[in-house]
Each structure stands twice: as C-alpha cells, then as structure tokens.
Design a protein around this ligand. Structure first.
Ligand SMILES: Nc1ncnc2c1ncn2[C@@H]1O[C@H](COP(=O)(O)OP(=O)(O)O)[C@@H](O)[C@H]1O
Ligand SMILES: [Mg+2]
Length: 355
C-alpha cells in the first residue's frame, strides 16, 4: 500500500516519546489524579434466539459499574471468565458503546465523543489482547504492522516512520532487523513485543491489557510483564491489567478491582486486597490461587457463577456465599471500609475475621 502517497504534506509530527526517566514505583499513585473515570455504566447484550413468551432476554455483562483509573497506576482487574472484564475494557476504549452511564478520559467525554474527538482519544488509549498471532496480519512484515497506525493517522513521512519503527522495536527489546520479518518467523513472546510496540506507536497514555500473557509459558510471561512495568515507568503509562491469573495481577498492580457477574465487588490497594481481602468472593479467588491455602474453607466455595441472563437479586454472589443471610437479597452498596479499600458486602467484618 503506498501509504506515503496518502499523507498530506503538512502532516503532524511524530509523537515524541518522553525521555526515559527513572520513576519511583508507586510514586504516581500518591498523586491520585483520575485519568479514566467510569460512572454507573451498564452494558447488556441481547441474547440471540433467546426470550420466552415474546420477552427478550439480555446478558447482564456490566451492571452499574463505577471505577477510576488513576494516572500512572497499574490497575489490576480480576474475576472469573464471563464476569465482564473484557466488556469493561472495550467500553472504556469505546470499541462498544455503553447503554447508560458516563465514561471520561482526562475529563473528556468518551461516550459522547464525535468522530474527530474519537480519533484524538484513540491516540491516547490503546488495547492489547491475549493472542498476538491473530492480532497481526500474517501477510505483513512486522515493521509494516507497527507503522500502520502512524500511517492511518497521517503522522510523519515514510522515512521518519521507519525511524520510529526502529525506535519502538528497541523500546520493546527487539532488534531493528525484526521490521522485515513476518509473524510466522517469530515466537509468541516476540510477537507480543511487536503488538506492544504497535500499541505504543501513537504515544498513548493509557494501555488496556486484556489477558496479555495468558497464551505464554511462565518464563516468557514474566518477561512480558516486566517489559510492561518498565514501559509504564519509562513512559509514564497508565495500565489496566486484566487477568484471571491472580499471580500476574499481584506481581504488576498498584490497585486491584474484583468483578463478579458484571459488578465490581471490591477495590483496594494491592496489599489490602491480597493480604486482607474482605469480600467472600475475593477470598475464594485468592485462596484458590495460593497453593498454601489449598483445601482451606475459602478455596472450597463450590459451584459455577449463576447465569448472567438471570443474575440473582441483591448480592450476585449470595447463592455461593458461605456467609449469606436474608439481608443479602438487597443490593449491598460499595463502601469505603478501610483506607484504600472499598467493598460491596454487608458481612465484610465477619468475612475479615475468617481470613
Ligand atoms: N458481543 C457479545 N454478545 C453477547 N454477549 C456477550 C458479548 N460480549 C460479551 N458477552 C457476554 O457478556 C458477559 C461478559 O463477558 P466478558 O466481558 O467477555 O467477560 P470476561 O472478559 O470477564 O471473561 C459474558 O456472559 C459474555 O458471554
Ligand atoms: Mg475477557
């Protein structure tokens, strides 16, 4: 594709990458400046062929979710498959539209953005997915894939974009010679680095990583996570790190949000969540991820999540919860119960006593 032919002569300059500075880990979290703010957002999907007696059915993918991602932090988002994590990320990037609620990025309305505003937002927010093989066009050289967003946004000319591609490859720890390779000539870990380079090409401030390392084996997974942490520190990125792997989230996150069946049930600092989980569901998740807790009462909570088409009223975990009482049929509010720790459980004090 003659991408350079389409570039207007007064094309905007290449995004400048901030000079790498050594940033104290967690320092930016103290600033607590909100970058992404999600308020009361709901997303239901129609069930194809669903419905009974003419009543249409919906999947409650996200129900009344509120969440803030602070500038410079890594926010971990955990929960079983189907709890709504990917839907939430796609809503934030406006790859899909929310039914109700409000989402802002650095104060700018995401849901109400027109096409021009959306183009600006897309430069600042990027997402990477689990499978780098399907994310990259097998017929394109890796350099072309990394360059494509720059060309699409009409940034730089061909020569300056190629310089930028080499710089991006270096940032993700790959030799410039990778630019001429094809995806089939690389390992999964190398392709992951390429996908990250492409996501960084437009100089984003926010990166959502949706199960980014699930397809990798343990040693490569650690390398990619460390790369993401380094990039966060060097570029001042803000990360939303989605994973059902609690060890990954513990390794990388400053704060952690826990989702269950379309709702946030607990949010707190990494240490609060892992050392003092207050929601019985969080306790179950953490216990199940720790070999030393195998067989303890928390890891033994049984059963599958109920259907998101007909979720239980009130607390959605109550049918599986060992502490559930009659009052759990009312929706529990998300309450700040300790410094840096918010939970939606009326029995959090009893739950805390069991941990
Ligand atoms: N496009 C869609 N159409 C219908 N249902 C969907 C769609 N996307 C997600 N869902 C449903 O929404 C719920 C949440 O899904 P998802 O956000 O992918 O969860 P997670 O990422 O936590 O596994 C699931 O029940 C899923 O089946
Ligand atoms: Mg998902």
């Amino acid at each position: 594709m003659p991408a350079d032919a389409a570039v207007p002569s007064a094309s905007p300059p290449l995004p400048t990458v901030p000079a790498p500075t050594v940033r104290a880990r967690h320092a930016s979290v103290a600033a607590e400046r909100p970058l992404v703010v999600v308020e009361g957002v709901t997303k239901h999907f129609p069930v194809s062929g669903g419905g009974f007696l003419g009543k249409s059915e919906v999947v409650h993918a996200i129900d009344d979710v509120s969440l803030t991602v602070r500038e410079g932090e890594v926010l971990g988002l955990v929960g079983e498959t189907g709890s709504g994590k990917s839907t939430l990320a796609r809503l934030i990037l406006r790859l899909i539209r929310a039914d109700t609620g409000r989402i802002t990025f650095d104060g700018q309305d995401v849901l109400g953005a027109d096409n021009r505003q959306l183009k600006g937002l897309r430069r600042q927010m990027q997402i990477i997915f689990q499978d780098p093989f399907s994310a990259l066009d097998p017929s394109m050289r890796l350099g072309q894939s990394i360059e494509a967003p720059l060309a699409q946004h009409g940034i730089g000319d061909r020569a300056s974009r190629q310089v930028k591609v080499d710089e991006l490859l270096g940032q993700v720890g790959l030799d410039p010679s990778y630019a001429v390779r094809y995806p089939s000539e690389c390992s999964g870990g190398q392709l992951h680095r390429v996908v990250i380079a492409r996501a960084l090409s437009l100089g984003p401030r926010f990166l959502a990583c949706d199960e980014p390392t699930s397809s990798l084996d343990a040693s490569i997974r650690a390398q990619i996570l460390n790369l993401l942490i380094d990039l966060r520190d060097e570029l001042g990125l803000t990360l939303l790190m989605i994973s059902h792997d609690l060890r990954v989230v513990r390794h990388i996150s400053d704060r952690v949000a826990v989702m269950y069946l379309g709702r946030i049930v607990e949010i707190g600092t990494r240490d609060e969540i892992f050392e003092r989980p207050l929601h019985p569901y969080t306790q179950k998740l953490i216990a199940a991820s720790m070999p030393e807790r195998a067989g303890d009462r928390h890891s033994l909570v049984q059963g599958e999540p109920p259907s998101p088409i007909n979720p239980p009223s009130g607390c959605r975990f109550r049918e599986r919860c060992p502490l559930a009482i009659e009052a759990c049929k009312e929706l529990p509010p998300l309450e700040v119960v300790r410094p840096g720790h918010t939970v939606a459980c009326i029995r959090w004090q009893d739950a805390a006593a069991t941990w």
